[in-house]
Design a protein around this ligand. Sequence first.
Ligand SMILES: Cc1cc2nc3c(=O)[nH]c(=O)nc-3n(C[C@H](O)[C@H](O)[C@H](O)COP(=O)(O)OP(=O)(O)OC[C@H]3O[C@@H](n4cnc5c(N)ncnc54)[C@H](O)[C@@H]3O)c2cc1C
Length: 582
Amino acid sequence: MEPITLKSDVLVIGGGIAGTYAAIKAAENGAGVVQVDKGRVGKSGCSAFAAGVMFVYIPGEDDLDDWFAAEVRHRGYLVQQDRLQSYFQRIYDIFREMECFGVRFLRTPDGRLERDKGRGRFPLIKFPGLQLMEVMAKTAAARGVRQVNRVMVTDLLVHDRKVAGAMGFEVRTGQLHIFEARATVLATGSTQYKGLSPGHRDCTGDGYAMAYRAGAVLSGADANDIAYNAFPARYDIGPGMNMFVGQGGRLVNSRGERFMPKYHPLAERAPLNTLAQAMALEAMQDHAPIYMDMTHFTPQQVAEMKVVLPLVMEMYEKAGIISRDKFVKPIEWMITAPYGRAGLRTGKDQETSLEGLYACGEAAAMQSFASGLPACAASGAAAGTAAAQFASHHPGDIPVDQTRLKDLQHFALAPLHRKTGPEPDHLILSLLETLVPCDVLVIRHRERLKMALAAVEDLKDTCAPYLAAYDPHYLKTVHESLNMLFTAECQLRSALFREESRMAMREDFPFTDNDNWLQWINVQAENGRMALTKEKVPIEDYKLRPERGKMLHRTWETAQKLGLVTIRDGTLTWNAGLTQRQ
Ligand SMILES: Cc1cc2nc3c(=O)[nH]c(=O)nc-3n(C[C@H](O)[C@H](O)[C@H](O)COP(=O)(O)OP(=O)(O)OC[C@H]3O[C@@H](n4cnc5c(N)ncnc54)[C@H](O)[C@@H]3O)c2cc1C
């Protein structure tokens, strides 16, 4: 089959909120836009399955300085503060624009936004599930965006560090597609390694791997300020944590004790990384399994949650966990697989280190502040606008390196031509077994990170090159597993590189080190190997600066107070009675 070639001013890869916003804005700025998704625009990725809530700063109601400071602190001062500032300036308008597109948010009878408690101190707004991305996808189509579904992009077309589009294959027929474009927006999301909890399994770090191969700089894979979520352990049901904890859901351990108040003043409404750390420490005290108890919710609360989380609540009902608008039993709860976020380093217009390539949403590095629906939307809007402008300044032929294109086609289809070989599921399960144990990435230690990295290296040598695909659908899974393997390597190497506890906890470096580690960790391909470098956070240019020096990480401080660890002269030892970690 001859490849299908599609030409456009702007190519958007990814059909989540970031990609769809980018497509809308690029089209509004006069560009001819092609948007490609390996699932269906608006129906796959995290955005489509998100939990019906958003944190939106509302001018006149909220205190901007308070929100800003909380966000900077929460992200360990590793956020690009100028970007965060501009995000807060734009986000209310973006939310209003979404309403104009037709997205429904919950409002009180007198027209005010319904705001409720969620995770953290700030109120959230709510939207009835599913319709958000349906409206966004329709809005893009109405602006003339050509949406190409079920094509998995495998590589970027790059020549002399200039990106000229991408290529991929149709996941049911294997038909090759070549997308030639003057500007390309990468909006492929992040990954949770296809772990438990629904909604994210099309997100497999594809953008990170293809950008790395194209020579882009990735960044922030170590930090993971949103390191984990937490979901039912025995049911593939979710999401909804913000609503559950906001409504008063309690995490209890195997002894029936509610433990979160010991770890954080906001208890269950603590940030996700603190929740994961506390759950890990409870498990180490042999206090697992852990349960989410919502049996005290009133029927009215349950009925309201059905509006925001229709699919999730239906699944709970089918599983017999909700009956007659009451949760009838506590649900065993656990930390999900880790978020792998090895995003592209971006500047103020979401431009990357490669000419003509923009990244937004969770495809961009963590420090650019693109996590959660509103921030992903805002970064998508910026990327789409900038990409359209770039395209308009670069008319004429799109330079495609035909020799490299042939190599990329060969790489894309090679697993289909192998008659035998391991299945990608084997690699994915091995990866999950390596990454999920909480003493790998939640409570980190050099030796355990090295062991996990060795397991990843082993999979790279003994499994990855031989993966075989029976059909184009399996071919998709092969590429996904390879991309997750890449992301895992990036994440583990970056975690090893950061020798301090900041958002994540290092057992061998329990202090936050503001003298030496106000640094981003960048990753780039260099002579066939993964090179890691530090980039100083320009903290002196920023509005908020942390105290200099070293201070004990908050959760380690709590662990010490609880008598779980002793920290003396910078060295941490576990006290007797805990599960041995090394
Ligand atoms: C379970 C869950 C619940 C959440 N709930 C909320 C919430 O209630 N509120 C909130 O603010 N945030 C929530 N978040 C976070 C939020 O959903 C994400 O930050 C946001 O949706 C990310 O948007 P995105 O566009 O960057 O990526 P995604 O929405 O993940 O979209 C990425 C898209 O790229 C496509 N893609 C990937 N690789 C390729 C490829 N190789 N070729 C072609 N297409 C590709 C995927 O199919 C997907 O459609 C939640 C996250 C999860 C996982």
